[in-house]
Design a protein around this ligand. Structure first.
Ligand code: UTP
Length: 279
């Protein structure tokens, strides 16, 4: 059974400067809720209640967010404003939170390897909270869909989405044989290819389930694209040695690591979730 979900939240968030100079990108709110909380809620909905955060310098606000704010709570206890705390209290009740720091930003693969001390020798979920995933009405979240698949196939799984070829250079890209129902057995994976070199338009987005052998593979993986330890390279090794599945998930995904995606998500959540809930 998978119990843990790793959140690499150590990145600099340069695309949001100056907002992210002293504030973590993951604390930027989509309407009134920080990005990282959406991710944690998705993990908890998939019964991954042990949340492992790989943070870095300047990210203390994330640790504070997942703790009680004694003064604030005391101040508004019993008032009509107390209801604004309901959704974070719910997360704190269900989740346990662990943290470690990535001291040097050497890439996503390195951040995941840094999280080994929190994960140990078991399969785990990974959520990149700057990819906001929202489930369709009456459907489960993306991580819950992936956990079901893991229970069936017992191997690493990456979530994929078809993207226009002109945007492919922003993503890891897979090729593979379709096994049915939007599930592919990965035969190759490339990080940020030029459109003319992309094997397909199937882009990996920020949801993974990884088996723990990934840690040994990451240790042996040399820095790749941009001099960073690339998770994509480690997953390619895993696919060659065994099996990695790619899953075309159900639901919506917004690239909140970019300003246009962030604005799109904000408008969507305001119109379809926040406004409806507050009326
Ligand atoms: P990004 O590529 O979006 O990098 O990382 P970033 O630094 O957050 O943002 P920009 O490009 O500077 O604007 C993808 C995910 O991997 C994490 C990030 O926090 C983000 O969730 N990450 C990346 C780490 O935790 N450590 C790293 O060394 C690199």
């Amino acid at each position: 059974m998978i119990r843990k979900c790793l959140f690499p939240v150590a990145g600099y968030g340069t695309r949001f400067l100056p907002a992210t100079k002293s504030m973590p990108k993951e604390m930027l709110p989509i309407v009134n809720k920080p990005l990282v909380q959406y991710g944690v809620e998705e993990a908890i909905n998939a019964d991954l209640n042990e949340i492992a955060l790989v943070t870095g310098r300047g990210k203390r606000a994330i640790a504070d967010h997942f703790d009680i704010s004694y003064e604030l709570e005391n101040q508004i206890a019993g008032s009509s404003k107390e209801r604004y705390l309901d959704c974070i209290r719910n997360v704190l009740e269900k989740g346990t939170f662990m943290m470690t720091r990535q001291r040097e930003m050497k890439g996503l693969g390195h951040a995941i390897l840094t999280g080994e001390c929190l994960v140990g020798d078991e399969a785990f979920g990974v959520i990149l909270s700057d990819d906001l995933c929202l489930n369709n009405e009456d459907d489960e979240g993306v991580m819950a869909q992936m956990v079901k698949l893991y229970n069936q196939f017992r191997c690493s799984i990456v979530a994929i989405q078809e993207v226009p070829l002109e945007e492919i250079e922003k993503y890891g890209v897979i090729a593979g044989e379709e096994m049915g129902d939007g599930l592919f057995r990965v035969s190759s994976m490339v990080e940020k290819p030029k459109p003319e070199d992309a094997p397909t338009n199937m882009a990996v987005i920020g949801r993974y389930i990884l088996t723990p052998d990934i840690f040994d593979i990451l240790r042996e993986t040399p820095p790749g694209k941009n001099g960073e330890v690339q998770l994509t390279d480690a997953l390619m090794t895993q696919a060659q040695n065994g099996c990695v599945l790619a899953y075309k998930f159900r639901g919506k995904r917004f690239d909140c690591g970019s300003v246009p995606g962030f604005i799109e998500a904000t408008n969507y959540v305001y119109e379809n979730i926040y406004a409806e809930g507050s009326s």
